[in-house]
Design a protein around this ligand. Structure first.
Ligand code: PHE
Length: 533
């Protein structure tokens, strides 16, 4: 009993001193929990108690940008009672975390305005749309009470569509069919090579036997007597489904030749789901990704966020920093704080007046903005479900639309909203150069090649975003020519009392995880500085 209590006390003390991560590994050391395999960098949120014991108090922190990094900075520092204020140029929190619903309006940098007319319950996540299981974003959802649901990132029933391939061009091929054929033929080749002794240097007789057993299972190929041939399998799917009594179904055929399957390039698509950040199973907040920034904004306190505030100038001072901005009424104002956290895109920060030095400007300009576009297409019916048995997932293509996404919400409902393109770089620019109606026409003219006329006839409403042409954002994300050079290092340090935060200052760029972890780093740096002063 006494031992029990002291052990619990010990765990509690470790928990308080070091956060859940330390507690968990301590439990592992005691044999109470499995030792954790992977987790985000150790992070301990600042706490009120940190000040209570030392007579220090929360400092004033002014944050530029109410995207995920800015919100997370205010949220985390707020836990210890820091007096945080966010200046956000837009009229909403979230930055690129933006869910478009009926009534949402966007005027882009070209002066073109769209107003979404999506039906009730229909939405598109214009920015982030999928959350990996490993990301701290999920931890924030838990902490903030944002409910999650599965996002299907890869679906065996979705298609692969290549129109420029050397074989099978212009055929919409189900993922499952493509996999059956590629795995089948690759298994056939490897089994033959193994059997003929081509791998005798690498493999013992036992190895060969086991490898062939694996290949027979992996590729559904025939045995030695039949030359290990791949001749198709029900893994390809059916042209007539099996059913009652004597209905065996008809396996989808004919099976294309080995040469055609290889030349089609479909096999090149399978590595997508092996990427660490991408997987078949992912998550999304119920009702739209923007549940995350709205929950953060609520937790921070709406009165701490000033919308319509466009930063003009940032100056580091002897004992703090100050920001000059234009408020929603067009008045110029200046605010002082102990620290400023610039959580805005680097190329925008580079254009502000500041006294942080030419090196900072050069480093900010060193980041390379990536053009990214997305279009949401609301349909009167969910024909992809009723006619094609596709419930969520993505069809990759070699067309300029890049990918078509089927919604991972609202299954079996009346209406549904697809993503009709999600593309980067030159493809994103090709679409963003056009006014919305022409973007739509271009996307639909591609989509009908895969899905037929209903892709046009069932279409009801649409909305497109070009992140690189969106005010106060200006990119889908940024890249760095190098993250080991002086520029990146410089921005990961404070310039006097001015700190920088954002997914662009992480190794998880283009994910909210990058923004959260960058914010946590800046929060830790500020808090340590304050506690050491
Ligand atoms: N996070 C974004 C996405 O999932 C951008 C991205 C794509 C990042 C692919 C890494 C890899 O679409």
């Amino acid at each position: 009993m006494a031992q029990q209590a002291s052990r619990r006390d010990f765990l509690r003390s470790v928990g308080i001193a070091g956060g859940a991560g330390v507690m968990y590994s301590a439990m592992g050391a005691l044999g109470l929990a499995p030792v954790p395999d992977v987790r985000a960098e150790e992070y301990r949120a600042p706490q009120r108690g940190d000040f209570a014991l030392t007579g220090r108090s929360g400092k004033k922190v002014l944050i530029l940008g109410g995207g995920i990094a800015g919100l997370a900075t205010a949220y985390e520092l707020g836990k210890a009672g820091y007096d945080c204020r966010i200046l956000e140029a837009k009229d909403r929190p979230g930055g690129r975390n933006w869910t478009v619903r009926g009534g949402t309006t966007l005027t882009d940098l070209d002066g073109r305005t769209q107003t979404a007319s999506f039906s009730k319950g229909q939405y598109m996540n214009a920015g982030p749309a999928r959350l990996p299981q490993s990301h701290v974003t999920l931890e924030y959802c838990r902490e903030l009470g944002v409910p999650l649901e599965v996002f299907t990132n890869q679906n065996a029933n979705a298609y692969i569509y290549h129109e420029n391939s050397a074989a099978l061009a212009g055929e919409a091929i189900r993922w499952r069919t493509a996999k059956a054929d590629v795995y089948g033929y690759v298994s056939e080749l490897l089994a033959k090579a193994t059997d003929r002794g081509a791998l005798d240097k690498e493999l013992t007789a036992d190895d060969k036997e086991r490898l062939i057993a694996f290949l027979r299972n992996f590729g559904a190929i025939k045995g030695k007597a039949d030359g290990y041939a791949y001749a198709g399998t029900d893994r390809r799917g059916y042209s007539a489904e099996p059913g009652a009594a004597f209905e065996e179904g008809t396996v989808l055929g004919p099976v294309p030749s080995m040469a055609d399957v290889i030349a089609s390039g479909v096999g090149q698509r399978f590595s997508f789901e092996l990427g660490y950040d991408q997987a078949m199973l992912m998550f999304q907040p119920v009702g739209g990704m923007d549940a995350i920034p709205y929950a953060l904004a609520k937790a921070i306190g709406q009165d701490r966020i000033t919308y319509g505030a466009k930063a003009l100038e940032v100056n580091d001072l002897q004992d703090g920093a100050e920001v000059t901005y234009e408020d929603a009424q067009g008045r110029t104002r200046t605010q002082r704080a102990d620290f400023v956290v610039a959580a805005v895109p680097p190329m925008i920060m580079a254009r502000l007046r500041h006294n942080l030095g030419a090196d900072i400007t050069a480093a900010l300009k060193y980041a390379v903005p990536t053009p990214v576009g997305k279009i949401g297409l609301e349909y009167r019916s969910r024909w992809w479900e009723t006619d094609e048995h596709i419930y969520g997932g993505i069809t990759p293509t070699d067309m300029d639309l890049a990918t078509i996404w089927y919604p991972s919400y609202g299954y079996q409902g009346r209406r549904g909203t697809l993503i009709g393109y999600y593309n980067f770089g030159a493809n994103a620019i090709a679409y963003s150069d056009l006014p919305h109606a022409e973007r739509l026409e271009r996307a639909v003219s591609r989509g009908v090649k895969i899905h037929g006329d209903k892709y046009r006839t069932e279409l009801d409403k649409s909305f497109s975003v070009a992140w690189h042409r969106t005010p106060h954002i200006e990119a889908g994300w940024v890249g760095w020519p190098s993250q080991t050079g002086p520029e990146y290092a410089l921005l990961n340090k404070p310039a006097g009392h001015v700190y920088f935060a954002g997914d662009w200052l992480s190794h998880v760029i283009a994910w909210q995880h990058g923004a959260f972890t960058s914010a946590r780093k800046v929060v830790t740096d500020i808090h340590e500085r304050v506690m050491a002063a």
